[in-house]
Design a protein around this ligand. Sequence first.
Ligand code: PLP
Length: 361
Amino acid sequence: MSIRARIDAALDERRQSQLLREHRLYTQGSAINFSSNDYLGLSQAPEVKQAFADGIRDYGSGSGASPLVSGYYPAHQALTAQLCEWTGMPRALLFNSGFAANQAVLFCLLQKGDVLLQDKLNHASLQEAGMLSPATQWRFRHNDVGHLTSLVARHSPQLIITEGVFSMDGDIAPLENIAEHKGNALLMVDDAHAAGVLGEEGRGSETPCDIKVITFGKALGVAGAAVLCDESIYEYLLQFARHYTYSTAMPPAQACAISTAVTLARKDQWRRDRLHELSELFYHELAGSARAIRTATPIKPVVYDSIAEVMSVAERLNQHGMRISAIRPPTVPTPRLRITLTALHSDNAVKQLCQRIKQGE
Ligand SMILES: *Cc1c(COP(=O)(O)O)cnc(C)c1O
């Protein structure tokens, strides 16, 4: 088959199974957004916008080079120091995205003959990086420490990876239990959905780990990521992580914006309190519905039996001015609405949402 024929065949198959992905233009203010990961509402915080603008005034638009050439500015240094202080991890390395950070760590640390264990529901960036890495990958059943323990005994892994908060289910990993059973492996925690949201001052998952990845595009409202680790892993990544060495550093203005977002995430406890209030309201309004799965995070899955059903509910919600994404296989095993709450939602918006969901039943 020619490459063009293969492309056409793959697209036809997606179309026929109703799984074709499309852009949907989101015009701000045109709908209430229940599908954003901007949990704390920081993408709209005036202080963060101002820090971005001031950063552009002071540094210009871009970094102009990779970080080891001339793209590393005081703004990057200040941000990494702040991240270390916030999370209690000794060192931090900045990346342009969580996707790149995860690839960098796995490609760089793992060698042929190594064994990597990761949770079956880890983010696509981790699954793919594990598959493409030179290591042999085994996946343990979601949050199943018994299964993990038996794989550790059988394979003596070098690296174990899980997430602090799972992006599609909104549930939390049993990190303490995992840390107890990790054997000699390094433990890596992708805290993309926990940073800013969980823990005191929003510092994320509290269980000590060897490598922590946090992303800035979710609760921190900007974009980019950091790998947090000890001195020797940091030094090793700095020498050998190709995603770091051969990629233009994030714009220093962006680092300024992220720094301000971190400051606000730490001190604005009201944003986390508001999320808890809205979460309680959500379950109160949906009382009696078996579809809404209870979570302790702003991620609220509402599950359906079929793709057709979830698509029609999502379509109706969208027609009523609510931006909600239906998440379908292969991204998740069970079709669902993935509803995310943010600190900026009103009580009324959440009530309306729940009424519409109940009407769809
Ligand atoms: C979003 C996400 C990523 C990717 O981060 P980006 O900065 O968006 O590339 C990685 N891991 C998890 C768990 C995520 O949710």
